[in-house]
Design a binder for this molecule. Structure first.
Ligand code: COA
Length: 254
């Protein structure tokens, strides 16, 4: 089982647990996470959702083998269902990040409400390096948070960045020692047990309503490009290079 979910003391935890593949996310895992988010949304005993990985890895992003063998075709794909459920989740979503959070591992944080990162966290959005484009609103949210030139380091060059950088630029709330992140995030999530649930839900909706339309439009445009790029020779070269443990060679493309 590579996604564990359980609800305890008002918090629904979604734990990514596929450490042998660095928590790479498969279609089945996206589907489980989508189902868990939808269930949490309807579960009256759930006051907040906590997304976490393993003590040394959050996620290495989309499973690259899945990208090659069954790329998402349309909005019914499990990855869309997961991101749609995350964006629509009325309950507060808290994330605890240890180790690497690559690709969608960083993208999903942009849509959480409270994000805590370890001092050993390593975030990256290496889409261009894989022959791809940014996804699920990152081309809108990252430049908004960082400004264009700093966003270009992360989205065009794909430079990785630390937990401290993530907190500095507003992607994360705080950096904590690696051994404390999960407990701290859980304690924050449990604070919602003492808050008025309808006021929390309505406040979350108010905070997001101005950007919903633009975000939805951006996600649609990104998805069309991303889907086409997944089938491109540039992406195939990058995926094969990953499994052959070599650098991709883009010199033949124009
Ligand atoms: N998809 C599929 N398999 C993955 C994966 C991914 N995203 N990330 C890691 N794996 C697999 C590796 O192929 C390897 O499998 P193997 O043991 O059968 O050879 C195993 O997980 C361990 O990965 P490895 O790269 O050896 O671990 P590492 O500690 O040296 O590096 C990462 C960890 C996360 C830095 C590195 O795995 C990585 O960069 N992964 C890809 C990130 C990425 O580009 N994601 C897609 C973003 S859109």
């Amino acid at each position: 089982m590579s996604i564990k979910t359980y609800t305890l003391n008002g918090v629904t935890t979604i734990e990514i647990a596929r450490p042998e593949k660095k928590n790479a996310l498969t279609r089945a895992m996206y589907q489980s996470m989508a189902d868990a988010l939808l269930a949490a949304n309807d579960d009256k005993s759930c006051r907040a959702v906590l997304i976490q990985g393993q003590p040394n890895i959050f996620t290495s992003g989309n499973d690259i083998e899945d990208f090659m063998s069954s790329p998402p075709r349309d909005e019914s794909a499990p990855v869309f269902q997961f991101m749609r459920a995350l964006l629509a989740c009325e309950k507060p979503v808290v994330a605890a990040v240890n180790g690497a959070a690559i690709g969608i591992g960083t993208t999903l944080l942009l849509h959480c409400d409270l994000v805590y990162v370890a001092d050993d966290a390593r975030l990256a959005m290496p889409f261009v390096g894989l022959g791809l484009v940014p996804e699920f609103g990152s081309s809108l949210v990252v430049p908004r948070l960082l400004g264009h030139v700093k966003a270009a380091e992360k989205l065009l060059l794909g430079d990785p960045f630390t937990g401290a950088d993530a907190a500095d630029c507003g992607i994360a709330n705080a950096v904590l020692p690696a051994s404390e992140v999960a407990n701290h995030a859980r304690r924050v999530a449990e604070r919602f047990n003492n808050l008025a649930p309808t006021a929390v839900r309505e406040s979350k909706r108010l905070m997001r309503r101005h950007s919903v339309e633009q975000l939805t439009d951006t996600i649609k445009v990104e998805a069309e490009l991303f889907s086409a790029r997944l089938r491109s020779p540039e992406a195939m070269e990058a995926f094969q290079a990953f499994f052959q443990k070599r650098q991709p060679d883009f010199s033949k493309f124009d």
